[in-house]
Design a protein around this ligand. Structure first.
Ligand code: B1M
Length: 208
């Protein structure tokens, strides 16, 4: 039986090789990709976040843990996608200007792919002009923005305004640890999701 606690520990220690090996072994044994994600990778990263907050570990350790998680997610992604259904919509996603956090955004992108969305991932540090340009050229129905810093959240408001000014009709959904439903309403976004699973439900609702 796959040891998902050992996978969480590998993420916490930033042990890339073990994270990848345990992920492969768990999938090989038939463990559901969603369990590997929730009980292994996310469980480990949650502990990293808590320790970082208490100053028990510092940025280099967090970065190493994030790399281990990313490497394991590369193995997991095709399996999450495989569990998906027919394409249900086309979505552009990115982390807003000035913000380099991408683990949550990647998870959301992955889950949306798994739910059958055609996802165009613009990466991190994406400014309003870039969102507008890509939305116009790619003809998307949905635009997803992620922010992990209170200082970069205003980039969401600027982007919503820029999209409106440019006449882009795609709906906008936002998320990230400091973001709230109230903030989404305040800036005129069409929806907010607290986690990757809710983001899938929200996206499906917005394209329905
Ligand atoms: Co940063 N960091 N970080 N960091 N970092 C936080 C966010 C912080 C809360 C840590 C803390 O102080 N406790 C704090 C922000 C404080 C604030 O503004 N409120 C912080 C800080 C301060 C910083 C720096 C400024 C530190 C410094 O340099 N002094 C710096 C900023 C760099 C920058 O962006 N310009 C920085 C740097 C980094 C690293 C590079 C070291 C690394 C990022 C690596 C990477 O992403 N490639 C990092 C990390 C890893 C974290 C923590 C520990 C973990 C974030 C994470 O990946 N969580 C984080 C502390 C924490 O959150 N506990 C912290 C796991 C991830 C699965 O969750 O991203 O919330 P999350 O995504 C969730 C939901 O939010 C939601 O679904 C996801 C999955 O369930 N969601 C969406 C996210 N996007 C969505 C979009 C949607 C819908 C839902 O629709 C489109």
């Amino acid at each position: 039986m796959a040891d998902l606690k050992a996978l969480a520990d590998a993420v916490i220690k930033g042990d890339q090789n073990s994270a990848v090996e345990i992920t492969k072994a768990a999938l090989g044994e038939g463990t559901a990709a969603k369990s590997v994600l929730d009980e292994g990778l996310i469980a480990g990263m949650d502990i990293v976040g808590a320790r970082f907050k208490k100053n028990e570990i510092y940025i280099p350790e967090v970065l190493i843990a994030a790399r281990a998680m990313k490497m394991a997610m590369e193995i997991l992604e095709p399996e999450l996608v495989k569990a998906g259904v027919e394409p249900v919509g086309r979505l552009l996603i990115g982390t807003v200007q000035g913000d380099l956090h991408d683990i949550g955004k990647n998870l959301v992108a992955m889950m949306l792919k798994g739910a059958g969305f055609d996802v165009i991932d613009m990466g991190v540090d994406v400014g309003p002009e870039k969102f507008v340009e890509q939305a116009k050229t790619k003809g998307v129905q949905l635009i997803g923005m992620s922010a992990l810093l209170t200082t970069t959240m205003p980039g969401m408001e600027k982007t919503v305004k820029a999209l409106k000014d440019a006449g882009v009709s795609a709906k906008v959904m936002i998320g990230g640890a400091p973001v709230t439903q109230g903030y989404a309403e305040k800036i005129g976004a069409h929806g907010y999701a607290a986690d990757a699973a809710s983001a899938v439900d929200l996206a499906k609702g917005l394209v329905a």
